[in-house]
Design a protein around this ligand. Structure first.
Ligand code: NAI
Length: 256
């Protein structure tokens, strides 16, 4: 017998790109806990949460993406929810990233979403509870220092979300995105290594949050689960901030 919470996702199949680590793994765990069958699509899916279907997938390779989506639908019996979470970081001003780096980051963070969604759409259209959630960032909404390329990629994810939501609303496919603030994952640990003083940069990331701490992967997963839920059928073309208040709150330094 399902609990009310479990029934929310009962019978639904979800695929989460980048589901093998960090925020993606937290999203996989949350959707499993809510009763979905979940596939973790990742370059390395070996560390995906127990209970998920691990599927090797490179979102920059169309053949790999199409094979992964075929595996999901064959193994789990369809596809109702797609979470486009896979992404890579970049640090630097426009002077500091070369053309190869620009092409690589946009390929993973932006074109990757187009590839995976295109492969998923025939299956999503066949679902009565179809939903896509893209993972953007507060970098789409705030001018962060030394994040020119990364911000450009995440701004594109937000614009793509609105365009996709419009294109597919009448096909019954909802499309939304989340904009996390800084979430303490392996992604951030890798990013920190690019700074001369990683400890000082981590302190700055904590201090940037109005809440005084980084966001947790689980908090992002809650927002994704809300947007993907069939209970929220009127929510499409939205961007939900999960950012510790960094985008809209203006704190007085002396009051903390
Ligand atoms: P992470 O580095 O911990 O995990 C990313 C996962 O994506 C890894 O398992 C990796 O293998 C996978 N991946 C990378 N390239 C891939 C590819 N070509 N094909 C398939 N899988 C691939 O990163 P994290 O922190 O969990 O980030 C997840 C998403 O959240 C990214 O889109 C990131 O831009 C976004 N984000 C992260 C924030 C943070 O502070 N950690 C803040 C805002 C957004």
């Amino acid at each position: 017998m399902n609990t009310a919470a479990g029934a929310e996702y009962d019978g639904l199949v979800a695929a989460v790109t980048g589901g093998g680590a960090g925020i993606g793994a937290a999203i996989v765990s949350e959707l499993l806990a809510r009763g979905a069958r979940v596939a973790a699509l990742d370059l390395d899916p070996s560390q995906a949460p127990d209970g998920a279907l691990p599927v090797a997938c490179d979102v920059t390779d169309r053949a790999s993406v199409e094979a992964a989506v075929a595996t999901v639908t064959a193994e789990l019996g369809g596809l109702d929810i797609l979470v486009n979470n896979a992404g890579i970081s970049a640090v630097g001003t426009v002077e500091e990233n070369d053309d190869i780096t620009w092409a690589r980051v946009l390929d993973v963070n932006v074109t990757g979403i187009a590839r995976v969604t295109a492969a998923a759409l025939p299956h999503l259209r066949a679902s009565s509870k179809a939903s896509v959630v893209n993972v953007s960032s507060i970098a789409a909404l705030n001018g962060l220092p030394q994040r020119a390329l990364y911000s450009a990629s995440k701004g594109a994810v937000m614009s793509l979300t609105f365009a996709m939501a419009t294109d597919h609303v009448r096909e019954g496919v909802r499309v939304n995105c989340v904009c996390p603030g800084t979430v303490h994952t392996g992604f951030v640990d890798k990013l920190l290594q690019n700074f001369a003083d990683p400890v000082a940069e981590k302190a700055a990331m904590d201090a940037r949050q109005a809440t005084g701490r980084m966001v947790t992967p689980s908090e992002v997963a809650q927002a994704v689960a809300y947007l993907a839920s069939p209970r929220n059928g009127s929510t499409t073309g939205t961007a939900l901030d999960v950012d510790g208040g960094v985008t809209h709150l203006r704190m007085r330094p002396d009051k903390g």
